[in-house]
Design a protein around this ligand. Sequence first.
Ligand SMILES: NC(=O)c1ccc[n+]([C@@H]2O[C@H](COP(=O)([O-])OP(=O)(O)OC[C@H]3O[C@@H](n4cnc5c(N)ncnc54)[C@H](O)[C@@H]3O)[C@@H](O)[C@H]2O)c1
Length: 270
Amino acid sequence: MSVPAPGRLAGRVAVVTGAGDGIGRGVARRFAAEGARVLVAELNAESGAAVARELADEFGAEARFVRTDVTDKAQVHGMVAAAVEAWGAVDVLVNNAWGAGTVSRVETKTDEQLARGFAMGYYGPLWAMQAAFPHMKERGWGRVINMCSLNGVNAHMGTLEYNSAKEALRTLTRTAAREWAPTGVVVNAICPGAKSAAFRRMASEHPEIEAAADRANPMGRLGDPETDIAPVAVFLASEDARYLTGNTLFADGGAHINGVAWTPDLDGEQ
Ligand SMILES: NC(=O)c1ccc[n+]([C@@H]2O[C@H](COP(=O)([O-])OP(=O)(O)OC[C@H]3O[C@@H](n4cnc5c(N)ncnc54)[C@H](O)[C@@H]3O)[C@@H](O)[C@H]2O)c1
């Protein structure tokens, strides 16, 4: 793995939700490598604490874990307050956590499934942005990065609450970008394509599924959270992104160009 030159985020305070695994962990690691102080906001206490430890041990970073359920407004406010209390600022907010999906047809989705999807994918990020923005505005500098999805852009079957919440998050991204443009706070989205920890666990038992996913990607491989997706987040979090706002960056090896074949079995409810 090539290691980038250190320091592009030196002194910045970053909050990364869902940083205990997958893309969030990759982003937290790259941010730490670039000199950021990182608040690992994660539902899973074991993985969250472990990532905060590895940021300190491997990169010498200042890192803290705060157990956070992003579907709980008070906990989201507590997450932002913890960063401000520890380091006096929130410069970078990465809304990355997700863990609420079901696969079933539109006509059978329940209010509970939709409400949970929106709590996870829309309200959690919104509450975090509302809480972080005054601190960013005060310093005249801020970066918000929202993890969205090709599932929403391409309207994949079976995942209505995911698609809808992620597309609502992209609209929130553009609305906040427009409203906050004069303040020095830029707001962008990433639609990633990467092998999450869950995908890797599944692939260890079903290598043929991994091979098919790799073949389906224009670049011949599904991405890596730390080496393919996190560098895009580092760029968006850095000074280099100061004139870029309201954008969606597709970090997916070109998968969005022609779309992804997505034909889930919708006969059984989950
Ligand atoms: N992996 C991909 O290819 C892909 C594609 C499109 C979009 N995304 C988006 O990127 C983000 C990260 O995906 P990933 O593949 O790394 O997922 P992942 O499942 O590997 O990691 C998600 C993390 O979020 C945490 N989490 C779950 N519920 C939470 C909650 N209520 N509060 C706080 N933390 C919670 C999990 O414990 C986990 O650590 C998600 O928003 C996802 O929708 C990923």
